[in-house]
Design a binder for this molecule. Structure first.
Ligand SMILES: Nc1ncnc2c1ncn2[C@@H]1O[C@H](COP(=O)(O)OP(=O)(O)OP(=O)(O)O)[C@@H](O)[C@H]1O
Ligand SMILES: [Mg+2]
Length: 244
């Protein structure tokens, strides 16, 4: 693989602000408050990957159900079920519970003790990557995973191990983080090779969406906070000169 190979997100207006896209195999934290577009950006990255660049992808959900995810993205006209049937996408349901005979219980097949071991999740992800030859991965969200660990050392070790395994597979990963107003810089911000921030803030009587590349190791990127829109066809990054 040439050094210049770029993993294009396919999100209109976004790849051009980071010299054409991600580096293959990098892991990027995607952070923002509720409703800022994290899941949308993540799924759009996988959808364009599968549709436009012939790169299949894995979506690991720890919050929304796979059915709800498929339903949500149908409203953008993205048929996730079709991609799954074509072997271009896998949704891994890693939510910390399952429904059994009408009751909510801990999913014993995934969770050992009270938390989902990183090693277990990493193996599950690696076997899914091999199954469809995935080049892209989204974890939604790392925050849910992290809340299961009281010991920071085990968390950091587990996370670094998982990231390293993904790098070896040349799988480009978006790790969704639910950080809102930052009090303390989260540990995963240091471990990751890139950080994208989504903002959703009040401006007069409305809310405004923006996107920012805070860090992207080895890639020349814009330092600007750019306006972003979500409409019926998904997310679109606006460049100041393009705004009417
Ligand atoms: N067709 C559409 N047109 C305009 N805006 C839309 C459309 N569909 C969804 N949205 C907006 O996009 C938001 C969804 O963003 P998304 O679910 O990706 O956010 P999130 O950051 O993942 O949120 P959470 O932290 O709750 O998971 C909705 O809250 C809505 O405001
Ligand atoms: Mg979400």
């Amino acid at each position: 693989m040439s050094l210049s190979h770029k993993v294009r997100t396919g999100i209109p207006g976004f790849d051009s602000i980071m010299s054409g896209g991600f580096r293959e195999g990098m892991n990027v934290v995607l952070s923002g408050p509720p409703g800022s577009g994290k899941t949308t950006l993540g799924m759009q990255f996988l959808y364009h990957g599968a549709k436009d660049f012939d790169e299949s992808g894995i979506f690991v959900t720890l919050s929304e159900s796979p059915a709800s995810i498929k339903n949500t993205f149908l409203s953008y006209g993205w048929d996730i079920q079709e991609l799954i049937e074509q072997g271009k996408m896998i949704i891994i349901d890693a939510r910390p519970f399952k429904m059994e005979e009408g009751f909510v219980t801990l999913d014993e097949s995934l969770y050992r003790g009270e938390s989902l071991p990183f090693m277990h999740l990493t193996q599950l992800i690696l076997s899914s990557i091999k199954r469809i030859g995935a080049k892209r991965l989204v974890i939604d969200s790392l925050s849910v995973l992290e809340t299961q660990y009281v010991n920071e050392f085990y968390l950091r070790q587990g996370l670094q191990g998982m990231i390293h395994a993904l790098e070896l597979e040349h799988c480009t990963s978006l790790l969704i983080s639910e950080t809102g107003e930052i009090q303390k810089i989260p540990m995963d911000w240091y471990i990751s090779s890139g950080i994208i921030l989504l903002h959703h803030i009040r401006r007069e009587d409305t809310m405004e969406r923006t996107i920012q590349v805070l860090k992207m190791r080895g890639i020349k990127h814009s330092e600007q906070i750019l306006p972003m829109r979500i409409n019926d066809s998904g997310m679109q990054v606006m460049h100041p000169r393009l705004i009417p």
